[in-house]
Design a protein around this ligand. Structure first.
Ligand code: PLP
Length: 406
Protein backbone atom coordinates (compact mmCIF):
# COMPACT_ATOMS: atom_id res chain seq x y z
CA UNK A 1 0.00 0.00 0.00
CA UNK A 2 1.13 3.54 -0.72
CA UNK A 3 1.30 5.65 2.41
CA UNK A 4 -1.01 8.59 1.82
CA UNK A 5 -0.29 11.97 3.44
CA UNK A 6 -2.28 12.26 6.66
CA UNK A 7 -2.12 16.02 7.10
CA UNK A 8 -1.91 19.09 4.90
CA UNK A 9 1.71 19.50 6.03
CA UNK A 10 2.53 15.96 4.87
CA UNK A 11 0.89 16.72 1.52
CA UNK A 12 3.16 19.75 1.17
CA UNK A 13 6.21 17.63 1.96
CA UNK A 14 5.23 15.21 -0.79
CA UNK A 15 4.97 18.12 -3.23
CA UNK A 16 8.45 19.29 -2.29
CA UNK A 17 9.86 15.84 -3.14
CA UNK A 18 7.73 15.33 -6.31
CA UNK A 19 9.97 14.61 -9.35
CA UNK A 20 7.13 15.66 -11.69
CA UNK A 21 6.31 18.94 -9.96
CA UNK A 22 7.86 21.11 -12.67
CA UNK A 23 5.53 19.71 -15.36
CA UNK A 24 2.54 21.72 -14.07
CA UNK A 25 4.12 24.86 -15.54
CA UNK A 26 3.61 23.36 -19.02
CA UNK A 27 -0.19 23.66 -18.69
CA UNK A 28 -2.66 26.51 -19.07
CA UNK A 29 -5.11 26.14 -16.19
CA UNK A 30 -7.33 28.92 -14.85
CA UNK A 31 -6.43 30.27 -11.41
CA UNK A 32 -8.50 28.95 -8.56
CA UNK A 33 -9.41 25.69 -10.29
CA UNK A 34 -8.45 22.23 -9.04
CA UNK A 35 -8.92 20.12 -12.12
CA UNK A 36 -9.83 16.54 -11.23
CA UNK A 37 -11.29 15.72 -14.65
CA UNK A 38 -8.12 14.98 -16.62
CA UNK A 39 -9.51 11.44 -17.06
CA UNK A 40 -12.31 12.95 -19.16
CA UNK A 41 -10.81 15.96 -20.93
CA UNK A 42 -7.22 16.89 -20.17
CA UNK A 43 -6.49 20.62 -19.87
CA UNK A 44 -4.49 22.39 -22.60
CA UNK A 45 -0.72 22.12 -22.44
CA UNK A 46 1.01 25.26 -23.70
CA UNK A 47 2.71 23.15 -26.38
CA UNK A 48 -0.71 22.27 -27.82
CA UNK A 49 -1.62 25.94 -28.17
CA UNK A 50 1.73 26.70 -29.85
CA UNK A 51 1.57 23.81 -32.33
CA UNK A 52 -2.03 24.62 -33.16
CA UNK A 53 -1.08 28.23 -33.88
CA UNK A 54 1.81 27.02 -36.05
CA UNK A 55 -0.49 24.73 -38.03
CA UNK A 56 -2.96 27.58 -38.55
CA UNK A 57 -0.09 29.73 -39.80
CA UNK A 58 0.97 26.98 -42.23
CA UNK A 59 -2.61 26.71 -43.44
CA UNK A 60 -2.85 30.46 -44.04
CA UNK A 61 0.67 30.78 -45.42
CA UNK A 62 1.57 27.76 -47.47
CA UNK A 63 -2.02 26.67 -48.09
CA UNK A 64 -2.39 23.28 -49.74
CA UNK A 65 1.37 23.00 -50.17
CA UNK A 66 1.56 22.44 -46.39
CA UNK A 67 0.67 18.79 -46.93
CA UNK A 68 4.24 18.49 -48.20
CA UNK A 69 6.07 21.54 -46.82
CA UNK A 70 4.82 21.04 -43.24
CA UNK A 71 4.71 17.22 -43.65
CA UNK A 72 1.01 17.18 -42.75
CA UNK A 73 0.69 14.02 -44.81
CA UNK A 74 2.87 12.09 -42.30
CA UNK A 75 1.59 13.70 -39.11
CA UNK A 76 -0.71 10.83 -38.09
CA UNK A 77 2.14 8.35 -38.38
CA UNK A 78 4.75 10.57 -36.75
CA UNK A 79 2.41 11.24 -33.84
CA UNK A 80 1.67 7.52 -33.64
CA UNK A 81 5.40 6.77 -33.41
CA UNK A 82 5.70 9.15 -30.47
CA UNK A 83 2.67 7.59 -28.82
CA UNK A 84 4.18 4.13 -29.23
CA UNK A 85 6.86 4.93 -26.66
CA UNK A 86 4.14 5.80 -24.12
CA UNK A 87 2.45 2.40 -24.37
CA UNK A 88 5.43 0.09 -24.69
CA UNK A 89 5.17 -0.40 -28.46
CA UNK A 90 7.54 0.18 -31.37
CA UNK A 91 7.50 2.96 -33.97
CA UNK A 92 5.37 1.80 -36.92
CA UNK A 93 2.92 -0.03 -34.65
CA UNK A 94 0.68 2.95 -33.78
CA UNK A 95 -1.27 5.35 -35.96
CA UNK A 96 -3.51 8.22 -34.87
CA UNK A 97 -6.91 8.15 -36.58
CA UNK A 98 -10.66 8.44 -36.05
CA UNK A 99 -12.29 7.89 -32.66
CA UNK A 100 -11.95 5.02 -30.21
CA UNK A 101 -15.39 3.78 -31.27
CA UNK A 102 -14.45 3.61 -34.95
CA UNK A 103 -11.06 2.08 -34.19
CA UNK A 104 -12.62 -0.66 -32.05
CA UNK A 105 -14.91 -1.48 -34.96
CA UNK A 106 -12.02 -1.66 -37.43
CA UNK A 107 -9.87 -3.79 -35.15
CA UNK A 108 -12.65 -6.17 -34.16
CA UNK A 109 -13.69 -6.73 -37.78
CA UNK A 110 -10.06 -7.33 -38.75
CA UNK A 111 -9.43 -9.65 -35.78
CA UNK A 112 -12.49 -11.90 -36.13
CA UNK A 113 -11.17 -13.98 -39.06
CA UNK A 114 -7.85 -14.45 -37.20
CA UNK A 115 -9.34 -15.88 -34.01
CA UNK A 116 -10.14 -19.57 -33.50
CA UNK A 117 -13.87 -18.88 -33.38
CA UNK A 118 -15.99 -16.19 -35.03
CA UNK A 119 -17.35 -14.69 -31.84
CA UNK A 120 -17.09 -11.37 -30.01
CA UNK A 121 -17.13 -10.90 -26.26
CA UNK A 122 -17.52 -7.81 -24.15
CA UNK A 123 -18.31 -7.33 -20.48
CA UNK A 124 -21.55 -5.58 -19.57
CA UNK A 125 -19.76 -3.00 -17.41
CA UNK A 126 -17.47 -1.91 -20.24
CA UNK A 127 -17.83 1.62 -21.59
CA UNK A 128 -21.13 1.58 -23.54
CA UNK A 129 -19.54 2.36 -26.91
CA UNK A 130 -17.50 -0.87 -26.69
CA UNK A 131 -20.73 -2.83 -26.24
CA UNK A 132 -22.59 -0.97 -28.99
CA UNK A 133 -19.75 -1.48 -31.45
CA UNK A 134 -19.60 -5.21 -30.70
CA UNK A 135 -23.36 -5.52 -31.18
CA UNK A 136 -23.31 -3.48 -34.38
CA UNK A 137 -20.44 -5.46 -35.85
CA UNK A 138 -22.14 -8.72 -34.86
CA UNK A 139 -25.23 -7.65 -36.81
CA UNK A 140 -23.17 -6.83 -39.89
CA UNK A 141 -20.73 -9.73 -39.84
CA UNK A 142 -22.84 -12.54 -38.46
CA UNK A 143 -20.35 -13.03 -35.61
CA UNK A 144 -21.88 -14.31 -32.41
CA UNK A 145 -21.83 -11.54 -29.78
CA UNK A 146 -21.86 -12.48 -26.12
CA UNK A 147 -22.28 -9.98 -23.29
CA UNK A 148 -20.28 -11.14 -20.26
CA UNK A 149 -20.76 -10.56 -16.54
CA UNK A 150 -18.22 -8.06 -15.12
CA UNK A 151 -14.79 -9.71 -14.91
CA UNK A 152 -15.88 -12.52 -17.25
CA UNK A 153 -13.33 -11.90 -20.01
CA UNK A 154 -10.63 -14.24 -18.76
CA UNK A 155 -13.04 -17.21 -18.72
CA UNK A 156 -14.42 -16.20 -22.12
CA UNK A 157 -10.98 -16.47 -23.74
CA UNK A 158 -11.46 -20.25 -23.63
CA UNK A 159 -14.03 -19.89 -26.39
CA UNK A 160 -11.28 -18.66 -28.70
CA UNK A 161 -12.99 -15.53 -30.08
CA UNK A 162 -12.27 -11.81 -29.93
CA UNK A 163 -12.57 -10.00 -26.61
CA UNK A 164 -12.84 -6.23 -26.24
CA UNK A 165 -11.56 -5.26 -22.82
CA UNK A 166 -10.49 -2.06 -21.06
CA UNK A 167 -7.09 -1.93 -19.39
CA UNK A 168 -8.69 0.42 -16.81
CA UNK A 169 -12.45 0.32 -16.28
CA UNK A 170 -14.00 3.73 -16.90
CA UNK A 171 -16.29 3.56 -13.89
CA UNK A 172 -14.44 1.59 -11.21
CA UNK A 173 -10.83 2.30 -12.27
CA UNK A 174 -10.08 -1.43 -11.84
CA UNK A 175 -6.93 -2.42 -13.74
CA UNK A 176 -6.77 -5.62 -15.80
CA UNK A 177 -3.70 -7.87 -15.82
CA UNK A 178 -2.81 -7.56 -19.50
CA UNK A 179 0.01 -10.14 -19.43
CA UNK A 180 -2.12 -12.85 -17.76
CA UNK A 181 -4.98 -12.30 -20.21
CA UNK A 182 -2.62 -12.40 -23.19
CA UNK A 183 -1.00 -15.67 -22.04
CA UNK A 184 -4.45 -17.26 -21.83
CA UNK A 185 -5.52 -15.75 -25.16
CA UNK A 186 -2.48 -17.27 -26.85
CA UNK A 187 -3.22 -20.70 -25.34
CA UNK A 188 -6.83 -20.53 -26.52
CA UNK A 189 -6.46 -19.01 -29.99
CA UNK A 190 -8.31 -15.90 -28.86
CA UNK A 191 -7.46 -12.25 -29.56
CA UNK A 192 -7.92 -9.31 -27.20
CA UNK A 193 -8.50 -5.73 -28.28
CA UNK A 194 -7.43 -3.51 -25.43
CA UNK A 195 -9.30 -0.29 -24.88
CA UNK A 196 -6.56 1.90 -23.44
CA UNK A 197 -8.66 5.05 -23.10
CA UNK A 198 -8.28 5.33 -19.32
CA UNK A 199 -4.77 3.86 -19.20
CA UNK A 200 -2.70 5.81 -21.72
CA UNK A 201 -0.70 8.64 -20.22
CA UNK A 202 -1.24 7.55 -16.64
CA UNK A 203 -0.11 3.90 -16.38
CA UNK A 204 3.29 2.48 -17.19
CA UNK A 205 1.97 0.40 -20.07
CA UNK A 206 4.24 -2.28 -21.55
CA UNK A 207 2.17 -3.71 -24.39
CA UNK A 208 4.92 -5.59 -26.20
CA UNK A 209 6.36 -7.09 -23.01
CA UNK A 210 2.87 -8.14 -21.91
CA UNK A 211 2.17 -9.82 -25.26
CA UNK A 212 -0.62 -7.43 -26.34
CA UNK A 213 -1.18 -7.30 -30.10
CA UNK A 214 -4.23 -5.07 -30.64
CA UNK A 215 -5.39 -1.88 -28.92
CA UNK A 216 -7.20 1.39 -29.40
CA UNK A 217 -7.14 4.38 -27.10
CA UNK A 218 -8.02 7.94 -26.53
CA UNK A 219 -5.79 11.02 -26.60
CA UNK A 220 -8.08 13.66 -25.06
CA UNK A 221 -7.88 12.32 -21.52
CA UNK A 222 -4.46 11.92 -19.85
CA UNK A 223 -2.62 12.86 -23.07
CA UNK A 224 -4.37 16.25 -23.08
CA UNK A 225 -4.79 16.33 -26.87
CA UNK A 226 -7.92 18.51 -26.78
CA UNK A 227 -11.68 18.04 -27.14
CA UNK A 228 -12.37 15.37 -29.73
CA UNK A 229 -8.66 14.77 -30.35
CA UNK A 230 -8.24 11.76 -32.64
CA UNK A 231 -7.75 8.32 -31.14
CA UNK A 232 -5.03 5.76 -31.88
CA UNK A 233 -4.72 2.21 -33.10
CA UNK A 234 -1.99 -0.21 -32.06
CA UNK A 235 -1.27 -3.40 -34.00
CA UNK A 236 1.81 -5.49 -33.21
CA UNK A 237 4.20 -5.55 -36.16
CA UNK A 238 3.96 -9.30 -36.73
CA UNK A 239 0.15 -9.24 -36.91
CA UNK A 240 -0.57 -6.26 -39.17
CA UNK A 241 0.23 -7.97 -42.52
CA UNK A 242 -2.53 -10.51 -41.76
CA UNK A 243 -5.20 -7.91 -41.00
CA UNK A 244 -7.66 -6.29 -43.39
CA UNK A 245 -9.50 -3.16 -42.32
CA UNK A 246 -13.25 -3.14 -42.93
CA UNK A 247 -12.99 0.59 -43.83
CA UNK A 248 -10.37 0.60 -46.59
CA UNK A 249 -10.17 4.30 -47.34
CA UNK A 250 -7.66 6.02 -49.56
CA UNK A 251 -5.40 7.07 -46.67
CA UNK A 252 -4.81 3.41 -45.85
CA UNK A 253 -3.81 2.73 -49.45
CA UNK A 254 -0.17 2.04 -50.28
CA UNK A 255 -0.20 4.85 -52.89
CA UNK A 256 -3.13 7.20 -52.25
CA UNK A 257 -2.05 9.69 -54.89
CA UNK A 258 -1.84 7.03 -57.60
CA UNK A 259 -5.67 7.13 -57.57
CA UNK A 260 -5.71 3.48 -58.50
CA UNK A 261 -9.07 1.69 -58.57
CA UNK A 262 -7.64 -1.36 -56.83
CA UNK A 263 -7.14 -1.19 -53.08
CA UNK A 264 -3.65 -2.13 -51.89
CA UNK A 265 -3.16 -1.71 -48.13
CA UNK A 266 -0.20 0.14 -46.71
CA UNK A 267 2.36 -1.80 -44.71
CA UNK A 268 1.89 -2.02 -40.98
CA UNK A 269 -0.67 -0.30 -38.82
CA UNK A 270 -1.02 2.56 -41.32
CA UNK A 271 -3.56 0.43 -43.21
CA UNK A 272 -5.99 1.34 -40.43
CA UNK A 273 -6.07 4.95 -41.58
CA UNK A 274 -9.19 5.62 -43.61
CA UNK A 275 -9.78 9.25 -44.55
CA UNK A 276 -7.96 12.58 -44.46
CA UNK A 277 -6.27 13.15 -41.07
CA UNK A 278 -7.62 16.03 -38.92
CA UNK A 279 -4.50 18.19 -39.09
CA UNK A 280 -5.51 20.92 -36.63
CA UNK A 281 -6.43 18.35 -33.98
CA UNK A 282 -3.29 16.36 -34.72
CA UNK A 283 -1.19 19.50 -34.37
CA UNK A 284 -2.69 20.20 -30.93
CA UNK A 285 -2.09 16.60 -29.88
CA UNK A 286 1.43 16.68 -31.20
CA UNK A 287 2.19 19.75 -29.07
CA UNK A 288 0.40 18.26 -26.06
CA UNK A 289 2.66 15.20 -26.12
CA UNK A 290 5.62 17.44 -25.28
CA UNK A 291 4.17 17.76 -21.77
CA UNK A 292 4.53 14.04 -21.12
CA UNK A 293 7.56 13.15 -23.20
CA UNK A 294 10.72 12.62 -21.19
CA UNK A 295 8.75 11.67 -18.08
CA UNK A 296 9.63 8.40 -16.37
CA UNK A 297 6.39 6.43 -16.82
CA UNK A 298 7.05 4.52 -13.62
CA UNK A 299 7.09 7.82 -11.73
CA UNK A 300 3.97 8.96 -13.57
CA UNK A 301 2.03 5.87 -12.52
CA UNK A 302 3.37 6.01 -8.96
CA UNK A 303 2.25 9.63 -8.53
CA UNK A 304 -1.23 8.98 -9.96
CA UNK A 305 -1.65 6.10 -7.53
CA UNK A 306 -0.30 8.11 -4.59
CA UNK A 307 -2.76 10.95 -5.30
CA UNK A 308 -5.48 8.32 -5.59
CA UNK A 309 -4.40 6.76 -2.29
CA UNK A 310 -4.75 10.17 -0.67
CA UNK A 311 -8.31 10.51 -2.02
CA UNK A 312 -9.23 6.95 -0.97
CA UNK A 313 -7.91 7.52 2.57
CA UNK A 314 -9.83 10.81 2.92
CA UNK A 315 -13.02 9.27 1.48
CA UNK A 316 -12.78 6.37 3.90
CA UNK A 317 -12.25 8.80 6.78
CA UNK A 318 -15.53 10.47 5.69
CA UNK A 319 -17.28 7.10 5.71
CA UNK A 320 -17.92 7.20 1.94
CA UNK A 321 -18.43 4.16 -0.29
CA UNK A 322 -15.27 3.78 -2.38
CA UNK A 323 -16.15 2.03 -5.64
CA UNK A 324 -12.57 1.85 -6.91
CA UNK A 325 -10.11 -0.77 -5.69
CA UNK A 326 -8.49 0.34 -2.44
CA UNK A 327 -5.40 -1.72 -3.23
CA UNK A 328 -3.20 0.74 -5.14
CA UNK A 329 -1.81 -1.74 -7.68
CA UNK A 330 -5.32 -2.62 -8.86
CA UNK A 331 -6.35 0.99 -9.51
CA UNK A 332 -5.85 3.26 -12.52
CA UNK A 333 -5.61 7.03 -12.45
CA UNK A 334 -9.06 7.87 -11.14
CA UNK A 335 -10.98 7.14 -7.99
CA UNK A 336 -14.75 6.68 -7.99
CA UNK A 337 -17.02 7.14 -5.03
CA UNK A 338 -20.63 6.04 -4.80
CA UNK A 339 -22.65 9.03 -3.64
CA UNK A 340 -26.43 8.83 -4.10
CA UNK A 341 -26.68 12.63 -4.51
CA UNK A 342 -23.54 12.67 -6.65
CA UNK A 343 -24.80 15.07 -9.30
CA UNK A 344 -25.52 18.06 -7.01
CA UNK A 345 -22.40 17.25 -4.98
CA UNK A 346 -20.26 17.58 -8.13
CA UNK A 347 -21.95 20.92 -8.93
CA UNK A 348 -21.35 22.17 -5.38
CA UNK A 349 -17.68 21.18 -5.69
CA UNK A 350 -17.44 23.04 -9.01
CA UNK A 351 -18.86 26.16 -7.35
CA UNK A 352 -15.83 25.98 -5.05
CA UNK A 353 -13.39 25.56 -7.93
CA UNK A 354 -13.02 21.77 -7.64
CA UNK A 355 -13.95 20.06 -10.89
CA UNK A 356 -14.92 16.38 -10.85
CA UNK A 357 -17.44 14.41 -12.93
CA UNK A 358 -20.55 12.34 -12.41
CA UNK A 359 -21.53 9.12 -14.11
CA UNK A 360 -25.15 8.06 -13.70
CA UNK A 361 -26.64 6.70 -11.58
CA UNK A 362 -24.44 7.42 -8.56
CA UNK A 363 -20.73 7.55 -9.42
CA UNK A 364 -18.55 10.58 -8.69
CA UNK A 365 -15.15 10.34 -10.36
CA UNK A 366 -11.97 12.17 -9.42
CA UNK A 367 -9.13 11.96 -11.93
CA UNK A 368 -5.53 12.27 -10.76
CA UNK A 369 -3.51 13.46 -13.72
CA UNK A 370 0.00 13.33 -12.35
CA UNK A 371 1.47 15.96 -14.68
CA UNK A 372 -0.30 19.01 -13.27
CA UNK A 373 -1.81 18.07 -9.90
CA UNK A 374 -0.18 18.54 -6.52
CA UNK A 375 -0.76 16.61 -3.31
CA UNK A 376 -1.81 19.83 -1.65
CA UNK A 377 -4.50 20.48 -4.29
CA UNK A 378 -5.92 17.00 -3.83
CA UNK A 379 -5.84 17.39 -0.06
CA UNK A 380 -7.80 20.66 -0.31
CA UNK A 381 -10.29 19.16 -2.78
CA UNK A 382 -11.08 16.32 -0.40
CA UNK A 383 -11.45 18.80 2.45
CA UNK A 384 -13.94 20.75 0.29
CA UNK A 385 -15.88 17.52 -0.35
CA UNK A 386 -16.03 16.82 3.40
CA UNK A 387 -17.39 20.31 4.10
CA UNK A 388 -20.00 20.10 1.33
CA UNK A 389 -21.28 16.76 2.58
CA UNK A 390 -21.25 17.75 6.23
CA UNK A 391 -23.04 21.07 5.68
CA UNK A 392 -25.34 19.57 2.96
CA UNK A 393 -24.59 22.71 0.97
CA UNK A 394 -25.06 20.60 -2.19
CA UNK A 395 -28.81 20.59 -1.54
CA UNK A 396 -29.60 23.89 -3.27
CA UNK A 397 -31.82 24.16 -6.36
CA UNK A 398 -29.06 25.47 -8.65
CA UNK A 399 -26.95 22.33 -8.02
CA UNK A 400 -29.76 19.98 -9.05
CA UNK A 401 -30.31 21.39 -12.56
CA UNK A 402 -28.89 18.80 -14.99
CA UNK A 403 -26.71 19.79 -17.94
CA UNK A 404 -26.38 17.66 -21.10
CA UNK A 405 -22.81 16.62 -20.28
CA UNK A 406 -22.26 15.42 -16.73
C1 PLP B 1 -13.16 3.43 -22.05
C2 PLP B 1 -13.67 4.26 -23.18
N1 PLP B 1 -13.83 3.69 -24.38
C3 PLP B 1 -14.29 4.38 -25.44
C4 PLP B 1 -14.63 5.71 -25.31
C5 PLP B 1 -15.21 6.43 -26.51
O1 PLP B 1 -14.22 7.09 -27.20
P1 PLP B 1 -14.58 7.90 -28.54
O2 PLP B 1 -15.52 8.97 -28.16
O3 PLP B 1 -13.25 8.41 -29.02
O4 PLP B 1 -15.18 6.94 -29.50
C6 PLP B 1 -14.46 6.35 -24.09
C7 PLP B 1 -14.81 7.78 -23.94
O5 PLP B 1 -14.75 8.38 -22.91
C8 PLP B 1 -13.98 5.60 -22.98
O6 PLP B 1 -13.84 6.16 -21.79
Amino acid sequence: MIKAPNTRAEALQRDAADPLADRAALFDLPDGVTYLVGHSLGPPPKGARDRLAAAQADWAGDLVRSWNSASWIDLAERTGDRLASLIGAQPGEVIVADSVSVNLFKLAAAALPQARTYALFVEEDEFPTDQYIAAGLGGLSGAEVRLLAPGGSFEALRAGGVVIKSAVNYRSSEVTDIAAHEREARRQGALIIWDLSHATGVLNLKLAADGAVLAAGCTYKYLNGGPGAPAFVFVAGELSPKLATPLPGWMGHAAPFAFDGKYVPRDGVARFASGTPPILSLAALSGALEAIEGVDLGQLQAKARALGALAVARAQAMGLDVLSPVEDGRRGGHVSLRIAEGYPVVQALAARGVMADFRAPDTVRFGFSPLFLSYQAVWNAMAALAEILESRSWDQPQFHARAKVT
